[in-house]
Design a protein. Structure first.
Length: 128
């Protein structure tokens, strides 16, 4: 039985989406040209990955001569929200609070981030 495709972005898919989010759209050649890594992927790899992104619902294409121009259907905020929901569900039993506590315990926060966090918590308590 073939493995089911993940709904969230792989690292390579996200790299291509970052190009499309920044540029607004692009052909395979334009996306390939915009990738900023020491070793750029092959043209065929970018082409195949964009097709996979289309199957997943992240992009759509319009024919432009012999090329396809790809446009993002999902914005960065939607993609990050989906990825975060997956992390919460898979690693924290669906508890956003458990994720937040894990981050606070294990990641250094600046004074500004702590102040923002306190403000958000106060607002959340008032809205209950």
């Amino acid at each position: 039985m073939p493995r089911q495709k993940a709904a969230n972005l792989t690292e390579v898919e996200q790299r291509l989406m970052e190009v499309l989010w920044s540029a607004g759209n692009g052909t395979v050649a334009e996306v390939l040209g915009a990738i900023k890594t020491p070793k750029a992927p092959a043209f065929n790899t970018v082409q195949t990955t964009l097709r996979i992104l289309e199957q997943k619902g992240y992009v759509r294409h319009v024919e432009e001569g012999r090329a396809f121009r790809y446009y993002p259907k999902i914005d960065r905020t939607q993609a990050s929200r989906s990825a975060l929901q997956t992390v919460v569900r898979r690693f924290f039993d669906g508890s956003a609070g458990a994720l937040a506590m894990n981050l606070i315990q294990n990641e250094p926060l600046s004074d500004g981030e702590l102040a923002d966090l306190r403000r958000m918590l106060a607002q959340a308590e008032q809205s209950e």
